[in-house]
Design a protein around this ligand. Structure first.
Ligand code: SF4
Length: 149
């Protein structure tokens, strides 16, 4: 059976920064007959739940991977290393399970695809990808934002 990597929080796993998760009916429909591989890059890298919210400052996930931007939480603590480590673990999980596609949570500095929060912690968005979405894309995994309910 074909497998698809999915953001664990959208499978109901309580791994979000606020300690919550939310199963998504639209996500279930998008997965279809495929086997979902639920994965949370941030928790896999050892970040706690709950945790301070974090955003990419100075660019998007591609800029983080290229060393031009960093990820910080809302106290200014740098969590770039953890976000990159989580992205690498997500890529390893996708390869291990044969996923060629990922359905990831919109706007997240890890999982976001197409738009992410802009680093000002004001709810504003910018074009770009999260760190995990960027690394998966660079390695041939097709990344789509999860549909919203
Ligand atoms: Fe969900 Fe991804 Fe954030 Fe984990 S890193 S809580 S899977 S959006």
């Amino acid at each position: 059976m074909e497998s698809v990597l999915v953001s664990a929080c959208l499978q109901g796993v309580p791994c979000r920064f606020d300690g919550r998760g939310r199963a998504s009916g639209a996500m279930t429909a998008a997965i279809g007959e495929r086997r979902p591989v639920a994965f949370c890059p941030e928790v896999s890298a050892g970040l706690p739940t709950p945790r301070r919210p974090a955003e990419i400052v100075g660019g998007d996930g591609h800029d983080v991977l290229d060393g031009r931007a960093r990820v910080v939480d809302d106290t200014g603590h740098d969590v770039t290393d953890e976000f990159v480590d989580g992205a690498e673990r997500a890529l390893a999980a996708a390869r291990r399970t044969g996923c060629t596609e990922a359905l990831l949570m919109a706007r997240s500095p890890s999982c976001g695809r197409g738009t992410v929060y802009d680093g000002t912690f004001t709810g504003e968005l910018r074009d770009g990808d999260g760190v995990t979405a960027a690394l998966l894309e660079r390695n041939g995994i097709s990344v789509r934002p999860a549909p919203r309910d």
